[in-house]
Write a protein that binds this ligand. Structure first.
Ligand code: A2P
Length: 333
């Protein structure tokens, strides 16, 4: 039988479940699927292609002599730091969704539409970029190929599923409690997220930007192989369940203009234009939900700078921002 033995690590989580569904939806050539999570989930069953597959506890022996070709990890940075090298040593190629390895110079950071060639440089671990970086570079790359990009000012509107299943549960519980006039519980986010928004994702760094914002800076440079791109990000958590949205101002070396930008976007793989303002056609988080593609709209020339464009980018953070980008990397392997 042809096909690969694939493991999903963090299979019970918000992204892990989407990894399983994405392998199904994209008909990934599989021989066997193995599902791993913490000891808490040991013995639970998850469906794959209509069959029940048992979740196993991840241990140091999960990979040795198991013949697992590819492991898709989405179980957080600490699990990845510990278990990715163990898996790689056992001959498994790890595609890791956490931030643990992204800036390691021996680990390629890959968005298949942008830098698929980098996959070849792997030494056992490949990193999946941050969700907000992925959808941004998918939109930047077609412009960059026409004219180098000098500066990007981005504001994000990130859904609660970026904080995992517990993030979604917290938004729903707070919404219900507020409607029921009960006291809300805050645990996953810094402040109330229902009927609110929070201009802080991850912790603050010494320069007063957050870690999430700095990920967008460093990861864009690494993926685009251009250390001169200046990214200024403000990352905001919004009370949306799924899909991240981004408002971008992009300054290029050569002027591009809206018409050419539309042409460049339209030729780029997995990037869909939704930009017919007369008919209220522009992407929203709900419209991008459950889709593998990245959506761009509100494309307009800057009012003051002929070398700048403004636009709006939306993608499902659990799919293109995580699971489907990881499965696309596995497909390249
Ligand atoms: P579990 O469900 O057993 O806790 P999310 O990002 O949605 O919170 O999901 C995190 C995923 O990472 C879950 O599948 C979770 O499994 C898994 N996980 C957390 N800690 C560990 C661990 N120590 N070993 C393996 N998997 C883990």
């Amino acid at each position: 039988m042809s096909g690969k033995n694939v493991a999903v690590v963090g299979a019970t989580g918000a992204v892990g479940r989407e990894m399983i569904r994405t392998l199904e939806r994209r008909n990934f050539p599989l021989k066997e699927i193995r599902l791993f999570a913490s000891g808490r989930s040991q013995g639970k069953y998850l469906k794959f292609q209509g069959e029940d597959v048992m979740v196993e506890e991840l241990t140091e022996n999960s990979f040795d002599k198991q013949g697992i070709d590819i492991a898709l990890f989405s179980a957080g940075g600490d699990v990845s730091l510990k278990f990715s090298p163990i898996a790689a040593k056992a001959g498994t190629v790890v595609v890791d969704n956490s931030s643990a390895w992204r800036m390691d110079e021996n680990v390629p950071l890959v968005v298949p539409e942008v830098n698929s060639e980098d996959v070849k440089k792997h030494k056992g671990i490949i990193a999946n970029p941050n969700c907000s970086t992925i959808q941004m570079v998918v939109a930047l790359k077609p412009l960059y190929d026409y004219s180098k990009i000098k500066k990007v000012i981005v504001s994000t509107y990130q859904s609660v599923s970026g904080a995992g299943q517990k993030g979604m549960d917290e938004l729903l519980a707070q919404t219900k409690d507020i409607l029921d006039k009960k006291e809300i519980q805050i645990s996953k986010f810094q402040k109330q997220i229902a009927f609110n928004l929070i201009p802080q994702i991850d912790v603050f760094t010494d320069n007063r930007f957050t870690k999430e914002e700095m990920k967008m800076v460093y990861e864009t440079i690494k993926i685009m192989h251009d250390k001169n791109i200046q990214v200024t990000a403000t990352c905001v958590r919004v009370p949306v369940l799924r899909s991240h949205s981004e408002s971008l101002y992009v300054e290029t070396e050569k002027p591009i203009g809206r018409e050419k930008a539309v042409e460049l976007f339209s030729k780029f793989p997995n990037l869909m234009i939704m930009d017919d303002i007369a008919n209220k056609v522009y992407p929203t988080p709900v419209e991008a939900e459950d889709k593998f593609e990245t959506y761009v709209g509100r494309i307009r020339d800057d009012l003051f700078n002929p070398n700048a464009l403004n636009f709006w980018v939306v993608a499902d953070n659990l799919l293109k921002g995580a699971a489907s980008n990881a499965v696309q990397i596995a497909e390249l392997l």
